[in-house]
Design a protein around this ligand. Structure first.
Ligand code: PMP
Length: 438
């Protein structure tokens, strides 16, 4: 037999064993390895609608949705057709296409703060490019980010807070020289005093403040309205750009993204640069960053800020993104998705209450979070102080009952338009069963 031939049927454990021989940790992105919760990752063989099946044929109701992109569920017929027909026309040309213009126009039409966008292939690339653009436009070096927000794995963003306020950060990854993060200041999320102090100390040197407006990388923590409002004022006073990383929230919490939610509370509010990923690619590698024409014109080939990509604006990915945007723009889409998501979190809350387990929930559009504690956390320290052991038992209890949640307490959850009332009810029943045993 051919030495490359795989065995006909493998268990998840066998596949994981095999994967670890050829891929570090057996995975191509660390969180997939179940390190936080323990146990064997499920190797997924296919997905349809709200469900995924693993290598052993077990079905799961999927609340990860590829970590956000699958807002329509898996294999939506219109999206599938768009992708197949684009693939027949060619995978990649390395030359401009009409479809990428259409996608740029579709994003601009839905997000009023954006006049121009550039398409890239990952959220990491989009975030990294947004920082470079902010620095190039302002001619300044320093950037501010917040503890618990993830903006991809660009060197300058793999950083944790220094020992005191207004001291610059330390790398969180080996291989990032301290010099590379010396311009990155890491502050506490939702802490107005810290951001005021940072601008008081460094205002003239700050290129941008980057934030996840609803932080999905610490489960689900909203930036408080007064906090966002104060950052907007400080950026305006000091000539810094306000960067909204909407890789997760973009087209997920509302058609106008999280910035439209904040604009309801803060009249006239817009960020400067917006960063998108996930939903705009509908499951294909696609991301974007955009802002005013005046700032975007600093990018190559018009301006001095270099940025490029062999697969940027890929014709199959843009077909997938466009078809996805078309579907989510139908009237009533977000009302229905938001209501379904609320039914889920309210059901989980009721199940926890009935079991006497301290539990809090929140959601916006098709994104949700829950914590084993009694008040909603406001920052990373509070998130990490919630009950990890209980979360892990809950995760595995649900997994055993065919419900697939993100395998770490600091990750958000996602509901898709394919999740039915019955799926939500089955999930809540499974959760009640697990929580009763607590
Ligand atoms: N920003 C945010 C808010 C994210 O959630 C992520 C990925 N989870 C990224 C950036 C990086 O995106 P990617 O994984 O596509 O590089």
């Amino acid at each position: 037999p051919c030495p490359l031939e795989a065995p006909a049927v493998s268990t998840n454990a066998q596949l994981f064993e095999r994967a670890q021989r050829s891929i570090p940790g057996g995975v191509n992105s660390p969180v997939r390895a179940f390190r936080a919760v323990g146990g064997t990752p499920r190797f997924i063989s296919r997905a349809e609608g709200a469900y995924m099946w693993d290598a052993e044929g077990t079905r799961y109701i999927d609340y990860i949705g590829s970590w956000g992109p699958m807002i329509l569920g898996h294999g939506h017929p219109a999206v599938l057709e768009a992708v197949l027909s684009a693939a027949r026309e060619g995978f990649s040309f390395g030359a401009p296409t009409e479809r990428e213009v259409e996608l740029a126009e579709a994003i601009i039409e839905r997000v009023p703060s954006i006049e121009q966008v550039r398409l890239v292939s990952s959220g990491t690339e989009a975030g990294m490019s947004a920082i470079r653009l902010a620095r190039g436009y302002t001619g300044r070096s320093k950037i501010i980010k917040f503890e618990g927000c993830y903006h991809g794995h660009a060197d300058a963003l793999l950083v944790k807070a220094g020992s005191g306020l207004a001291t610059f950060g330390h790398p969180t990854s080996a291989g990032v020289p301290p010099e590379v993060v010396q311009h990155t200041l890491v502050l506490e999320y939702n802490n107005v005093e810290q951001i005021e102090a940072a601008f008081a100390a460094h205002g003239a040197d700050i290129a941008c403040v980057m934030i996840e407006p609803i932080a999905g990388n610490m489960n689900f923590v909203r930036a408080a309205v007064p906090f966002v409002k104060r950052i907007r004022e400080l950026c305006d006073q000091h000539g810094a750009l306000f960067v909204f990383d909407e890789v997760m929230t973009g087209f997920r919490v509302a058609l106008g993204s999280a910035q439209s939610v904040y604009a309801q509370a803060i009249p006239g509010f817009t960020p400067d640069i917006s960063v998108f990923g996930k939903v705009i690619g509908g499951g294909m590698p696609l991301a974007a960053f955009g802002t005013s024409r005046r700032v975007m014109e600093k990018l190559a080939p018009l301006g001095p800020v270099y940025q490029a990509g062999t697969l940027s604006g890929n014709p199959v990915a843009t077909a997938c993104g466009l078809a996805t945007l078309r579907e989510i723009s139908r009237p009533g889409f977000y009302e229905a998705l938001g209501a379904r998501t609320r039914t889920l979190v309210q059901g989980l809350q009721a199940a926890a209450d009935a079991a006497g387990v301290p539990f809090v929930v929140d959601s916006e559009g098709g994104m949700f979070g829950f914590f084993f504690t009694s008040t909603l956390p406001q920052n990373y320290t509070q998130v990490m102080a919630t009950d990890q052991a209980r979360f892990n038992r809950f995760f595995h209890g649900l997994l055993d009952r065919g419900v697939y949640l993100a395998p770490a307490l600091y990750e958000a959850g996602f509901v898709s338009a394919a999740h039915t009332e019955a799926d939500i009810a089955a999930t809540v029943a499974a959760a009640a069963d697990v929580l009763r045993a607590e």
